[in-house]
Design a protein around this ligand. Sequence first.
Ligand SMILES: [Zn+2]
Ligand SMILES: [Zn+2]
Length: 412
Amino acid sequence: MDIRSKYFEIYPKVVRSGQKSIITVKPLFDHCKLKSSAQYFISACPLEMGGMKYTSRERIEIQPIDGALKIELFFDGEQEHYLHIYEVVGGEEREYLSFNVYSLKEDLFDRKPYKGDMHIHSYYSDGAESPAYVAAYCRKIGLDFIAITDHGKYEPSLEAIDAFKTFETDFKIFPGEEVHPPENEVHMINFGGKFSVNELFKDREKYMREVEKIIRNLESRGESSFLNLSEKDRYKYASCLWCFNKIREAGGMGIYCHPFWIYSSRYNVPSSLNEYIFQEKPFDAYEAIGGYYIHQVDSNTLQVAYYHEQREKGNRVAIVGVSDAHGCEKGKLIGWYYTIVFSPKLELLDIIDSIKSFYSVAVEALPGEAVRAYGPFRLVKYALFLIREVFPEHDARCYEEGKKMMEHISSK
Ligand SMILES: [Zn+2]
Ligand SMILES: [Zn+2]
């Protein structure tokens, strides 16, 4: 990003591909004011079409109108464009400003990027703060939507929603929980479901009956991939299928969590069971990027490698990135990992549908490191532009609102 772009209001930065758009560049300060004695020219370099050095792009003169430059250009393809504005005074030319815009094809242009975290803990399980505090903090760091997902508990997510019911905001807090079935160590997230799946385990007999029925059904299919699983893993798979079905019944999205988390000197999910889960895909989305501390980041690398390998086999997998944070003020996890979903609206059903239709990327933003995004190529490409050119301003606005949310819940 050209540091000088901070001196200007530039709008829009994202345009529709295959048509003409008008970009307005308005200087905000005296040191970058347009000069009446100057002429202004623009050249546009589409990043994927040869760039500045190899393309003889003509320079187009632009006339200042009301102290701003209105630039009408045809933007082609789905890509980033470098725009260079030159100022000529008395035969002397200098580059006045360079900035970037992104052109999108119809389907993506009609969606907006939203940042969300769908896996976070409060002090009702092993987190540090109240659900309301966590929610306000998440707004402060630039998120558009979240769910509090405590271990085995759904109520805390409702408490977070309730805390801001009189606070006017676009920030969305959805219900959620981390689902822990009996004798099954696979972790799952119920994101947005209207009822608690954990509550259903209280009727243990009913749960066991239904899971056993699933096992019998799967065994009767006679598929070797299921029959080759150990008896314990057959139960765990059936239990996962039962949970994901219940999450969908509740209107939620089922996330398959951190399979390569090392716990008790082993991966959280045995490899044969993990393979079967990916073969059958009972989940709606895969936690490709999960909340790992610096010494555990290998697990994310493996989860991403696994994702790529599945895609190589033709198995499309919907992905999310989540912080799985256990405390906001620890300076760890929260904000390190999140999801960008490209959704028509910031509504639960749209978000779920968009993620399930592969319109999301998982983002890793480790402190002091370059931000990385994982997912379909075109979305990663666009996400990197947004992270660099668009989100900093968005995040600054969110920070101000997050501070107000903190005030709203503090007893000061
Ligand atoms: Zn977990
Ligand atoms: Zn968790």
